[in-house]
Design a protein around this ligand. Structure first.
Ligand SMILES: Cc1cc2nc3c(=O)[nH]c(=O)nc-3n(C[C@H](O)[C@H](O)[C@H](O)COP(=O)(O)OP(=O)(O)OC[C@H]3O[C@@H](n4cnc5c(N)ncnc54)[C@H](O)[C@@H]3O)c2cc1C
Length: 713
C-alpha cells in the first residue's frame, strides 16, 4: 500500500512536470536570458538562492527529470567554480541517492521476485565489485545519470556505498560542467561541452579503476607469495592432493590437456565414493530392496517368497562390488591415462612445493599449481558418553558382519535415511533420531512426509525434534538420552550409527602454515574460480563445498584443473546454476534447482505444478505407484525454476529436468517430446501436461467450442 501511494505521488509529480511543460525552464536559452535576473536575486538573497537551488536540484534528479545538466551549468554561472562545484556535488549525490532509493523501494522487490534467479550472478557481481563498476560509470559523463541511479537501485548495493562512490565518481564531470557554467555566455550547446578529446579522457579515467583493481589484485597476490621463494624450475604443472572422485577428475583433465600431473593419495584410490560412500551404500540398498520386494511378493501375485540370507554375505557382496568398480579408479588406469600416481601423504610446504611421505621416505615435488581434493570425513559430535558407548560412521560401518538387533541412527539427512531403511529391511529394529522437525530437512515438507510415512510403514521409528544430550550405559544397556519438548527421552540401542554430517579435511597438510583459511562451514575458502588466497592453489570437491556430492566434486574439478593450467589465458567461474542431487531411499528423492521452501525464503515468485505418481500406468504395473513430480515455474511462463521427484528411479528421471534447466527448455517442450510408453519418465511429461492444462488459452478454447458447435450445424 505504501509502495502504491509513493508510486502514485511520484508518477503525479512527473506527469505534472511534463503536462505543465516545466522542461521549458531547463534549457540553455532560458538560462542565458535569465542569468542577469538570477544574479541580482542571488546578490540580494544569497542563502535563500542556495537553498532553493539545492532543493530544486535534488527534486529534479530525485525524480529523474531532465534538467540536471542545465542546473549544473547554472550552478557554475550563479555560484562560481568553487561554490558551484561544492553545492552541485552534494545536491547531485543526494538527488541521485533519492532516485536510487525510490527505485529500490518501488521496483526492486518485483524485479528480484520475477528475475531473482537470473539476476543472481549480477547481484553477486555487484556485491563483489559493484563500487568499482559504479565508479567507472560515474566517471564517464556520457552514461545517463538517471539511468545509473535507477538501475543501481535494483541491485543489492548498500545506499551508503552508492552515495559516496557517486559523489567521488561524479566530481570530475561536475567540475567540467560547473566550469563551463562560469563561462555561460560562451557555451553554445550542451553537446559542445564534451569534445571528443574530453570524452576519450573520461573513458580512460573510467577504465582506470578497473585497471587499478587488477594492479591491486596483482600486488595482493605478490604479497601472499612474498615469503615463499619460487624455485627457478618447476618439475610439474599440477599436483593433485587426494585420489577421490574430485581429485581423479582434476588429474584426468590435466593429463588430457598434456600437462605433467601428479596425483597423491594417502589411503585408497577412489576415495569416499568408491570405498565408503556412494558405491557401497548403493550396493547395500540393492540387497535391501530385494528383501523388501520379497516381503510384498503377494502384491505382485506371488503367494509367498522367502529369503534365506546372512548379513555377512551381504556385506561381503558390498566389498565385491567395490572391487569390481575399483579398476575404474585404479593407479593402473590413471597411469595409463598419463597421470603420475603416488601412494603417500601429501603436505603443502610452499605454494610451489608439495612434500610426500611414502613408504620409501619423504620427497618434495615442485609444481606450478596445486589442486586440493582432500575430501571430508564423518562428523562425530562431542556428545557426552559417545565414546563410551562406541559408534560406527559411514567410514567404519562397512566392517560390520553381524546385523545389530537394535540400530540407532543419529541424523535424518540423506546418509542417515538411506542406511536406516537398509538396516530396517535387513531386519534390524531401527530408531532414527533427528533434532530438526523433520527428516530430509533440505526438501519440502511434503517430500519429507512421504519418506517418513514409508519409514513408519516399514517399521522404522523416526523421532524428529529429539536433540541428543548424552549417551550412557545403564544396566549393561546402551542408552541415548535426548531432549524432546522439554523432557528427557531414553532410547535403548545396540549399535549407534552416527550420520550427522560431514566435515572437510582441512588440517594437517599445510593449509594452516600457508594461511589458507576456512569458511563458516569449515570448508577451504576459495573464490568463484576455486582459487585459494594463493592464485595457483585450488580446491574442489567435499573439501571446498558447498555441495558434498560426487558429481559436484567432478564438476568443480574441471574448473579447478582448467583454471590452474590455462587460467592465464581464460579463467572460468564455477557454475552452480543447475545443481541436482538424489537421496536413494525407496522411493528415491531427486531434486534440481529450487524447491518451494527455498523459493519462498529467497522471495522468488513461482507457480507449482504437481503430478501424482499414483496415476502413472507403469508405476501401477510395477506396484510402485507412490510419489510425485513437483515442478516450480516462473509465474505465467513455462520456464523451470526447479523440480523434485519422489518415485522409484527418481535419480534417473530427474535428468530430463536437469537438461531442460541447463539448456533453457521449458515445460511446453518437455510436453512436446515423445516419452516411451509405459515408463516412469512419462511422469515428467504428465507434470508438464498438468502445467499446460492450467495455462490453457481459455478464450481460444471458448471460440473453438463455438466453432465446433457451428460446424455441427
Ligand atoms: C554413505 C555415503 C553415501 C554417499 N552417497 C552419495 C551418492 O549417492 N551420490 C553422491 O553424489 N555422493 C554421495 N556421497 C558423497 C560422496 O561420496 C562425496 O561427495 C565424494 O566422495 C567426495 O569426493 P572428494 O574427491 O571430494 O573427496 P574424497 O572422496 O573424500 O577423497 C579425498 C581423498 O583425499 C585423500 N587425502 C586427504 N588428505 C590427503 C593428503 N594429505 N595426502 C594424500 N591424500 C589425501 C583421502 O584419503 C581421500 O581418498 C556419499 C557419501 C557417503 C559417506
Amino acid at each position: 500500500m505504501r509502495r502504491l501511494l509513493l508510486a502514485a505521488l511520484l508518477a503525479g509529480l512527473i506527469v505534472a512536470f511534463f503536462a505543465l511543460d516545466l522542461g521549458r525552464f531547463f534549457n540553455l536559452e532560458t538560462l542565458k536570458s535569465q542569468q542577469a535576473a538570477i544574479d541580482a536575486w542571488y546578490r540580494a538573497q544569497p542563502y535563500a538562492t542556495v537553498l532553493i537551488y539545492f532543493l530544486l536540484y535534488v527534486a529534479v534528479t530525485g525524480l529523474s527529470l531532465p534538467g540536471a545538466a542545465i542546473l549544473t551549468l547554472a550552478g557554475g554561472a550563479i555560484f562560481g567554480l568553487l561554490w558551484g562545484t561544492l553545492i552541485v556535488s552534494f545536491a547531485s549525490s543526494i538527488g541521485a541517492t533519492v532516485a536510487f532509493l525510490a527505485s529500490r523501494f518501488l521496483f526492486r522487490p518485483v524485479i528480484q521476485r520475477r528475475f531473482g534467479d537470473k539476476l543472481r550472478a549480477v547481484n553477486a557481481g555487484v556485491e563483489r565489485e559493484g563500487a568499482f563498476y559504479l565508479f567507472a560509470l560515474r566517471l564517464v559523463p556520457v552514461f545517463p545519470f538517471f539511468a545509473i541511479n535507477l538501475a543501481m537501485g535494483l541491485t543489492p548495493m548498500p545506499a551508503r556505498t552508492f552515495y559516496w562512490v557517486s559523489q567521488i565518481g561524479m566530481l570530475l564531470g561536475t567540475l567540467v560542467y560547473v566550469n563551463a557554467g562560469t563561462q555561460l555566455a560562451r557555451v553554445e550547446s550542451l553537446r559542445s561541452l564534451l569534445s571528443p578529446a574530453l570524452l576519450v579522457s573520461f573513458a580512460l579515467l573510467g577504465i582506470f579503476p578497473l585497471i587499478a583493481k587488477k594492479i591491486v589484485d596483482y600486488f595482493r597476490a605478490r604479497r601472499v607469495y612474498a615469503r615463499w621463494p619460487k624455485p627457478r624450475r618447476l618439475d610439474r604443472n599440477l599436483v593433485v592432493i587426494g585420489g577421490g572422485s574430485s581429485g581423479l577428475v582434476a588429474a584426468y583433465i590435466a593429463a588430457a590437456v598434456k600437462a605433467k600431473v601428479t596425483l597423491i593419495e594417502k589411503h585408497r584410490m577412489g576415495g569416499d565414493c568408491l570405498n565408503t560412500g556412494c558405491v557401497p551404500s548403493k550396493a547395500l540398498i540393492r540387497s535391501a530392496k530385494l528383501l523388501a520386494d520379497m516381503r510384498r511378493s503377494q502384491r505382485l501375485g506371488v503367494r509367498s517368497a522367502s529369503a534365506d540370507f546372512d548379513f555377512a554375505d551381504i556385506m561381503d557382496r558390498v566389498q565385491r562390488v567395490i572391487r569390481t568398480v575399483e579398476p575404474h579408479d585404479s593407479v593402473e588406469r590413471y597411469t595409463a591415462l598419463g597421470v603420475e600416481c603416488i601412494r603417500g601423504e601429501a603436505r603443502i610446504t610452499s605454494p610451489w612445493a608439495v612434500e610426500v611421505a611414502t613408504a620409501q621416505g619423504h620427497h618434495t615435488l615442485t609444481t606450478r599449481a596445486i589442486v586440493i581434493a582432500a575430501g571430508a570425513r564423518p562428523l562425530v559430535p562431542p556428545i557426552p558418553g559417545i565414546d563410551a558407548v562406541g559408534y560406527v560412521t559411514s567410514d567404519t560401518l562397512w566392517a560390520l558382519r553381524e546385523l545389530p538387533e537394535r540400530l540407532l541412527v543419529l541424523g535424518g539427512g540423506p546418509i542417515g535415511c538411506e542406511l536406516a531403511q537398509c538396516f530396517a529391511r535387513f531386519g534390524a529394529q531401527v530408531t532414527q533420531v533427528e533434532m530438526l522437525p523433520r527428516i530430509l530437512m533440505r526438501e519440502d515438507p511434503e517430500i519429507s512426509e512421504i519418506i517418513a510415512q514409508r519409514f513408519a510403514a516399514e517399521g522404522i521409528v523416526v523421532r524428529t525434534g529429539h536433540k541428543a544430550q548424552s549417551f550412557a550405559i545403564e544396566s549393561g544397556d546402551k542408552v541415548l538420552i535426548a531432549e524432546h519438548d522439554g523432557s528427557d527421552v531414553r532410547i535403548g540401542f545396540d549399535v549407534l550409527l552416527c550420520a550427522v554430517g560431514r566435515v572437510a579435511n582441512t588440517a594437517g597438510y599445510g593449509l594452516e602454515e600457508l594461511g589458507i583459511g576456512t569458511t563458516a562451514q569449515r570448508t577451504v575458502q576459495t573464490n568463484d574460480y576455486l582459487q585459494t588466497i594463493y592464485p595457483n592453489i585450488f580446491a574442489c570437491g567435499d573439501v571446498a563445498g558447498p555441495y558434498q556430492f560426487t558429481h559436484i566434486g567432478a564438476h568443480q574439478a574441471w574448473y579447478a584443473s582448467v583454471n590452474a593450467l590455462l587460467g592465464r589465458f581464460r579463467k572460468f567461474r564455477a557454475d552452480y546454476a543447475v545443481i541436482p542431487w538424489a537421496t536413494f531411499t525407496d522411493p528415491e528423492v531427486a531434486r534440481v534447482g529450487l524447491n518451494e521452501t527455498e523459493a519462498k525464503a529467497k522471495g522468488v515468485a513461482y507457480e507449482v505444478t504437481t503430478y501424482a505418481i499414483e496415476e502413472l500406468d507403469r508405476a501401477i504395473a510395477d506396484e510402485q505407484a507412490h510419489g510425485l513430480v513437483k515442478v516450480l515455474t516462473v509465474p505465467g511462463r513455462d520456464r523451470i525454476l526447479g523440480a523434485t521427484i519422489v518415485a522409484a528411479h527418481a535419480g534417473d528421471l530427474i535428468i530430463e529436468f536437469i537438461t531442460a534447466m541447463k539448456h533453457g527448455i521449458g515445460l511446453n517442450k518437455v510436453l512436446g517430446t515423445i516419452h516411451v510408453y509405459p515408463t516412469m519418465s512419462e511422469g515428467n511429461k504428465y507434470a508438464a501436461g498438468a502445467w499446460r492444462r492450467a495455462h490453457a488459452p481459455r478464450k481460444v478454447l471458448r471460440w473453438l467450442e463455438r466453432y465446433h458447435a457451428w460446424m455441427r450445424g
